[in-house]
Design a binder for this molecule. Structure first.
Ligand code: PLP
Length: 427
């Protein structure tokens, strides 16, 4: 269900009119709903509780890169979430938010020595290793530190996620993970290393998947390896199937999370009982977008209406530096007028003030708006603020979280001085 709905013709976040929030905090502004975040997380956690083996409770590791605001991390951490991180910076955020780094798993193809050391110092749950070279580096650093590193390999199951090429990561020919055919040898090598402790296996095949078929297929591929490893005396403690469940931006019909997990557990249990001798194995997940995406909107104010030859533009105060998905992926975001007006609609391209033709947020939308009106760019909670930049020396938007009747500022708006605080002119 959506937590952004009209009441008396005004779009609200939970029960708070977005007009009131914009008046107090200004625009452009990211607005997240705590209730929505909570419900989206619990869709995973409750399904895990229902199906998981009692000895090996499953773990949801929220993908920090989808929305890394400290308050968002803290809300999820308090609910019991772990974290999927892809940089040392994201680990710093988990710690700064007061969440448990021992529930963090570290993915990414380019982990630096400093990042590996930092992760080991903080006793993270697992490194998702993406190459033999990385394995060597982690073993070496763990050795220098007199410790062992918990690891899994991110295996590329070579299944087609059938999603946008920029967010498809599970095919042979991309940079992520180790090839399926090489994974067994990687594990054998790792098993012989003194400072490596093998704990699991991992994959992440892509993002914005509407159908769970490719994920179930990936699972079937992974357990072939789990069985082979078990026969070779390498017992795994967890299977991490990654994230990737999509959301409805427009008219998509993504699979419901509880249905996906029911089907996944049917496979897990059948496989476990038949081939795996009934041994428990933990399921881990790395969802991002399906938790944060529809929990947030970007609020913006119409500055000018303008017509060039036969095209209408609504020029707003948010831009591609605030929300890059349209410019980057040609992505669709629904645009709603915050105040529903009784006037004739016209068709507009919604564009920002940045000096780039790629600076648009939505195209050819029928809207009844005038200058000064507020628009809500929907489904902006994932891959929104985290991709924001300061292009055109524009300060990043502020962020607020609505918790029923209360509104909390969780990131203040950047000032111009903030933007050049690290710079100086020649002496
Ligand atoms: C981005 C990413 C995720 C999250 O993907 P969503 O589509 O947002 O669920 C999970 N795991 C890894 C390794 C990622 O890079």
């Amino acid at each position: 269900m959506t937590h952004f709905a009209y009441r008396d013709n005004i779009l609200c976040a939970d029960h708070v009119p977005l007009t009131d929030i914009a008046r107090q905090y200004g625009t452009p502004l990211y607005v997240y709903s705590k209730t929505a975040l909570t419900e989206n997380y619990l869709a995973y956690a409750d399904a895990l509780k229902k199906y998981q083996h009692p000895e090996t409770p499953g773990l949801v590791c929220f993908s920090v890169k989808s929305n890394s605001n400290l308050a968002v991390l803290k809300i999820l951490g308090d609910l019991g979430s772990g974290f999927d991180i892809v940089s040392g910076g994201e680990l710093s955020r988990v710690i700064a938010a007061g969440c448990d780094p021992r529930k963090a798993i570290f993915s990414g193809v380019g982990k630096t020595k400093e990042e590996i050391r930092f992760a080991l110092e903080n006793d993270i749950l697992c490194f998702n290793i993406e190459s033999p070279a990385e394995l060597n580096r982690i073993n070496e650093i763990a050795g220098e530190m007199g410790t062992t590193a918990p690891i899994s390999f991110r295996v590329n199951p070579d299944v087609d996620a059938k999603t946008h090429p920029y967010i498809s990561t599970g095919l042979k020919e991309n940079k992520f993970g180790v090839a399926f055919d090489e994974a067994f040898d990687c594990y054998k090598t790792a098993a012989a290393m003194p400072n490596i402790r093998i704990t699991g296996i991992d994959c992440h095949i892509g993002s914005q998947l509407l159908d769970d078929g490719p994920l179930l297929e990936a699972f079937d591929r992974l357990v072939i390896l789990v069985d082979r490893l078990s026969e070779a005396g390498i017992e795994l403690h967890h299977i991490d199937i990654g994230g990737g469940i999509g959301i409805a931006y427009h008219e998509e019909k993504p699979v419901a999370v509880p249905d996906y997990l029911a089907r996944l557990y049917t496979r897990i249990n059948a496989w476990r009982n038949k081939q795996y001798g009934g041994k428990p194995i933990q399921l881990m997940l790395e969802p991002g977008r399906s938790i944060s995406g529809n929990a947030g909107v970007l609020l913006t104010e119409v500055q000018y209406l303008k017509t060039n030859t036969d095209k209408n533009y609504a020029i707003v105060d948010a831009a591609m530096n605030d929300l890059m998905r349209p410019a980057l992926y040609d992505a669709w975001h629904t645009v709603l007028p915050v105040h529903k007006r009784e006037m004739a609609a016209a068709t507009y391209d919604i564009v920002g003030p940045i000096c780039e033709s790629g600076d648009w947020l939505a195209k050819q939308r029928d809207l009844a708006v005038t200058s000064g009106d507020l628009l809500a760019i929907m489904s902006a909670g994932a891959y929104g603020m985290v991709m924001a930049s300061n292009y055109n020396t524009r300060g990043k938007a502020a962020e607020v979280i609505v918790d029923h009747e209360q509104v909390h500022l969780v990131r203040r708006r950047e000032s111009a001085e903030d933007l050049f605080a690290f710079e100086k002119v020649l002496p």
